[in-house]
Design a protein around this ligand. Structure first.
Ligand SMILES: C[S@@+](CC[C@H](N)C(=O)[O-])C[C@H]1O[C@@H](n2cnc3c(N)ncnc32)[C@H](O)[C@@H]1O
Length: 301
């Protein structure tokens, strides 16, 4: 761990006039004195709090536990350096209006004819990597508008040696239809999980689920293919649900097809159908929030 030692003016001038071996000795003794001052300023109360904190479960620990099977390397790939990620971006800004290029599927997937699942707004990508690792007979594509997240996820894919998953930096609103139209196999599942809520009314148009994207998903989905949506924000979940419910010409909610799947009285799924939770879902449930879920199936004919 690097220790940052504040250099006083007198220490700086004394270092400048010293031979190299003395500079090292003076810096070492300044570092020791600084460390002592820092420890000395920790009160007993702070130390006790730190000690108690060690025993508390935090939601990032639950995330690590959920994805433990992935065995993701702790160190980030060197080519990425330290990843600092902006909290939100504005998908309507001109910098995100250029459509992303579709990948050369033969280059990025071992067998690009396998059934494909697409996760729109995949965040860190761990959820999708877990699924890809558990289901080698399918392909997985994560679309993410925050470039650093997509890049880091793709580095992890490389390090894990997974051949059935790919992450793309893309604004799904602009690029979904074109990217999927070039995929050689069938699109069997699209998920949009805990999308950014953009709470203020004037920002609702930034939400990723809008009618044109819903129509593109339905056009691209194979017969019998599914759409899974969820949110921890009821208003956002209702908004998405209304848009997909409107397409009852092509879609049915799964509880009307499969009697083993049940919903509560308001029509939300009782259980997560994926066997794995997303990161946002883990954090939200940890804070006591409900998750509102719907799973639709496209008609067979
Ligand atoms: C709240 S996070 C949820 C991430 C993940 N699905 C989860 O449940 O943990 C929403 C993600 O969607 C991404 N996103 C928002 N708008 C997008 C768009 N138009 N296209 C692609 N990704 C988008 C955000 O950058 C963010 O990573």
């Amino acid at each position: 761990m690097a220790i940052i030692v504040p250099l006083s003016a007198s220490l700086r001038s004394s270092l400048a006039s010293s031979p190299p071996f003395l500079r090292i000795a003076k810096l070492t003794s300044a570092a020791c004195a600084h460390r002592l001052r820092c420890y000395g300023s920790s009160t007993a109360f702070q130390l006790q709090q730190q000690e108690e904190g060690k025993n508390q479960v935090r939601s990032p620990d639950l995330v690590a536990l959920e994805y433990a099977d992935l065995n993701l390397p702790h160190k980030l790939s060197e080519e990425l350096g330290h990843v600092r990620i902006r909290q939100h971006v504005n998908p309507l800004s001109s910098s995100f209006s250029m459509p992303a290029q579709a990948p050369n599927w033969e280059e990025v997937l071992e067998d690009p004819t396998l059934p494909l699942m697409v996760d729109i707004g995949c965040g860190s990508g761990r959820f999708l990597m877990w699924l890809a690792k558990a289901n080698p007979t399918g392909n997985y594509l994560g679309l993410e508008i925050r470039q650093k997240l997509a890049k880091r996820a793709q580095c992890w894919v490389k390090e894990l040696g997974l051949k059935n998953i790919h992450f793309l930096f893309a604004n799904a609103t602009v690029s979904f239809k074109h990217i999927i139209s070039t995929y050689p196999g069938p699109l069997v599942l699209v998920s949009i999980l805990c999308p950014d809520p953009h709470f203020k009314k004037k920002y609702h148009k930034r939400r990723v689920v809008q009618k044109p994207l819903v129509d593109s998903i339905l056009d691209s989905l194979a017969p019998g293919g599914k759409v899974f949506i969820q949110s921890d924000v009821l208003e956002v979940a209702v908004d998405m649900r209304n848009l997909f419910d409107e397409r009852c010409d092509l879609l049915q909610h799964v509880d009307s097809i499969d009697p083993t799947i049940s919903c509560n009285v308001d029509g939300w799924l009782l259980k997560n159908p994926m066997d794995i939770r997303t990161e946002r879902e883990i954090h939200a449930e940890f804070e006591g929030a409900n998750i509102y879920r719907r799973l639709y199936q496209k008609n067979l004919v």
